[in-house]
Design a protein around this ligand. Structure first.
Ligand SMILES: [Zn+2]
Length: 401
């Protein structure tokens, strides 16, 4: 079709059924005698030379012995969608490289069309994925959107085996109910086969994992514990900053620009930040003592024996509890109450990679923060499966990217 300037506006390809071949029933795919013909429909195909391209075809109805009068099987189409499978696969693959909005703009289609294509691609992948052989699961919460309401959290379940790390499930909220729903979706066989589960100290997760996957060794994630320690140091610093500013500006300056150096591992702080940190450590400030406690805890992860690690944990908790730093005491109490789970880390050593959860979380953040223009939770969920689910892909005769 040409526009008013004589330029091509669209390419329309009219399809005609082979006269000698009978249509196939769309339910059972068996050839069946013809019944009648429906009006012509069009399906969007992959743009050729940058020109929007359409298939036109009037589908036949066939009379299947088993399924009655039904529309014939159309090889380039799936259900009532006005887009060919080739185009849906094309858009879905590009939507992993570009934002959905850019994908729509580049290929002259709508955001909704990209969304529906990715959805189709993901649903196909979810229906065809293999869940056998999963040994380790990581469970975590992801903060989503603004605010701290229950709806601003997602629960994610990852496979964290060395040979395969992927997102298995994602659901709204972080309650016991959420996690139960997720485990149920994976199925009892997957849960029975688990050897390791890895999570934060979030009580609802601990409860559900103990009840549903009690045979698996439950490991607490190292990076979550480091996070709790860092948050405690930061609380001490902020409280002390406020206190010092009330007394004198000069004293308060000691704590300025130290937020990030304090959160890093000590051996990684260099240059001017290091000088500032050294000056802080030489002072008798509470922040310095909190930081030293946090750094000391790093030794915990280097033990090989469960017994020695346990002894160190007791020693560290006692020190922290005597520190008169309330945030540090709080962490110590939390660690103490989870001691058996913490020590499982040494029982599982080498077998479960707890860094995997952190790595996958970081990738999730990239997806959720990049302005993909996800308008709804459902779109967000589809995008996460699409980028992190390592889903199998529908076969396609045309692979364009
Ligand atoms: Zn049939």
């Amino acid at each position: 079709m040409l526009d008013s300037h004589g330029k091509p506006e669209s390419i329309e390809i009219r399809m005609v059924a082979h006269a000698g071949m009978r249509g196939r029933c769309s339910v059972c795919q068996q050839p069946a005698p013809g019944y009648d013909r429906l009006p012509e429909r069009r399906w969007q195909f992959v743009p050729l030379w940058g020109i929007p391209t359409w298939f036109r075809y009037a589908p036949r109805r066939v009379q299947c012995a088993e399924h009655g009068v039904v529309v014939e099987q159309i090889p380039w189409s799936d259900g009532k969608r006005p887009v060919t499978c080739a185009m849906m696969g094309f858009l879905a693959r590009w939507a992993r490289r570009l934002s959905w909005r850019e994908t729509a703009r580049t290929f002259q289609t709508s955001w909704e069309s990209v969304y529906r294509s990715v959805d189709w691609f993901v649903q196909w992948g979810l229906a065809h994925r293999q869940l056998s052989g999963i040994q380790s699961l990581g469970v975590d919460e992801i903060h989503w959107g603004h605010g701290l309401r229950a709806d601003n959290f997602l629960t994610v379940i990852y496979q964290i085996d060395a040979h395969c790390r992927r997102l298995l499930w994602v659901g709204k909220r972080r309650s016991e109910k959420t996690l139960r729903r997720g485990l149920k979706a994976l199925g009892p066989e997957v849960i029975r086969g688990l050897r390791f589960v890895c999570s934060d100290m979030w009580r609802p997760y601990l409860n559900v994992l103990a009840a549903e996957a009690g045979q698996a060794l439950h490991v607490l994630d190292r990076f979550h514990i480091t996070m709790h320690l860092n948050q405690a140091v930061d609380k001490v610093r902020r409280a002390e900053g406020t206190r010092l500013r009330a007394v004198s500006k000069e004293k308060a300056a000691k704590l300025k620009h130290l937020r990030w150096p304090l959160l890093r591992r000590g051996s990684r702080v260099r240059g001017r930040a290091r000088q500032k940190l050294n000056a802080l450590l030489a002072s008798k400030l509470a922040t310095a003592r909190a930081w030293e406690l946090k750094e000391a805890f790093g030794h915990f992860w280097h033990y090989r024996s469960v017994i020695w690690a346990g002894a160190f944990l007791d020693y560290w908790c006692e020190r922290a509890l005597r520190s008169r730093l309330e945030p540090m005491k709080k962490v110590a109490r939390m660690l103490r109450s989870h001691e058996p789970l913490l020590l499982n880390w040494f029982r599982a050593k080498g077998e479960v990679s707890t860094g995997a959860v952190e790595g996958l979380n970081n990738k999730i953040r990239v997806v959720t923060r990049r302005s993909y223009g996800f308008r709804t939770y459902d779109a967000q969920e589809i995008a996460l499966y699409h980028t992190l689910g390592r889903l199998p892909e529908p076969e396609s005769t045309h692979r364009f990217c």
